[in-house]
Each structure stands twice: as C-alpha cells, then as structure tokens.
Design a protein around this ligand. Structure first.
Ligand SMILES: [Zn+2]
Length: 232
C-alpha cells in the first residue's frame, strides 16, 4: 500500500517536475531513474570488459603499456549515446556520468583483471575549462566506478597544465612526445606497484588518455588500466 502511494505521489510530482530520460528525452516514469526502460534495453553496450583483446585496447596498443582497456558504450552519430554524452558534458547533467559509472563499476568488479585495482584517477580538465563548465564529467564517471568497486577516487595525483592537445600538423607519433607539457603528477611518494584505473568520458583518438598514462608511468611505479564511458 505504501509503495502504491509512493508511486502515485511520484507520478503526481512528475506532472509538475517532469524528469527526462538522459538518452532520448522522453518523460521518465516514477520507477525509471535516469534513463527510460526502452533506452536501457537498446543501449549499445560493448561488453569489452569481458575480453582483453577488444577494439579499445587494440586502439591503445603500442602507445602505452596498459594492462586492460575498455569502453562501456558505442557512440554513433545522432544516437542515444551521443545525446547522453551531450547531456553530461554540455547540459549540466554530470550525475548521468556517475550513474553509468556505477553500473560499469559493478560489471568491472566481476572481472578478475580489474579486481586488484587500487584506485581510480579521472583525466583532469584544465582549470579554465573546469571553471567554465563547473564540473569534470570524467570525475563523476570515475566516482560512480569507485563507489561500485569500493575503492578510492584520487583527484590529487594527475594535474592538467594545458587545456587541449595541439594536434595540427603533427604526425601520430609526435603527438605523444611532449606529454609532460599537458599533464603533471604530484603526491606520488610512497606508492609502489599500484594498479590504477584511468577513466575518461569518450575515447576518440586516444591521445589524451595516452598522454595522461605516460605521465603517470614516468612519475612512479604503477600499472594502468583504462575505462571510458563511450568510444566514438
Ligand atoms: Zn530513453
């Protein structure tokens, strides 16, 4: 009876304060939390965490000696996932990243290769961009993962010195050369042989995440795996 009343009250509230699905924009029903049932069913999950030899890992092979790499969702043009990423990055809905992070964290916890991860590091935004947007969506994604995996999120290690990676007129190899110009490491004393999960929102060229990984490798003794919310 109580839950019936709650549902009724929830539906009543949603008339005045409609909550929208983060993927398709439809009005959510009371029992739907962040995305609607239809989107949840149709989202293109990669299942990359289930096997090491996946396309995200292959894309990063040879550029940094990573342990594992995976992406949660495929992002195609004009798709549910593209809308979701837009909501997260540009429409002030970072909690969607945390929600998906938590779902992914639950899945990663079930895979042996990810079970010895010590902490999560989100790829940081440059302070100017952080000020403008007000939040780092990768932090929210990482927070969800960390909560599900019951490990800490560390934002005090990797620092971003440059807002963007300049790729114009540079070959693929050259792009990774001056990585220490983009990111910097701090607070790395007394850390040995830790396994880090480096997380970002979308994997495109991979240049940013590789740059971040290389700086971490340069700074201390660690193993690094990578997880992104989506891959373009
Ligand atoms: Zn939907």
């Amino acid at each position: 009876m109580k839950s019936e009343l709650n549902k009724l009250f929830g539906d009543f509230l949603s008339i005045f304060f409609p909550r929208e699905c983060g993927c398709c924009g439809c009005v959510l029903k009371y029992q739907e939390k962040f995305i609607c049932i239809a989107c949840d069913f149709h989202l293109p999950y990669t299942n990359y965490h289930e096997y090491s030899d996946n396309d995200t890992a292959r894309q990063l092979w040879g550029k940094a000696p990573l342990e594992e790499a995976c992406s949660f969702l495929f992002m195609q043009k004009d798709s549910r996932v593209e809308r979701l990423i837009y909501q997260i990055k540009y429409n002030n809905q970072p909690f969607l990243a945390e929600y998906f992070g938590y779902q992914y964290g639950l899945k990663l916890s079930e895979v042996k290769a990810y079970q010895d991860i010590d902490f999560v590091i989100p790829v940081p935004l440059h302070s100017s961009k952080l000020r403008k947007r007000g939040y780092n969506q990768s932090t929210y994604f990482g927070r969800g993962i960390a909560r599900a995996m019951e490990i800490p999120l560390r934002e005090d290690i990797l620092v971003r010195k440059k807002a963007t990676i300049s790729q114009t007129g540079k070959g693929r190899l050259e792009r990774y050369e001056n990585v220490s110009d983009i990111f910097d490491c701090q607070n790395t004393v007394l850390m040995d042989n830790v396994h880090i999960l480096l997380v970002d929102d979308v994997l495109t060229t991979g240049a940013t995440i590789i740059s971040a990984a290389l700086v971490l490798f340069e700074s201390f003794d660690c193993r690094i795996s990578v997880a992104t919310l989506a891959r373009a």
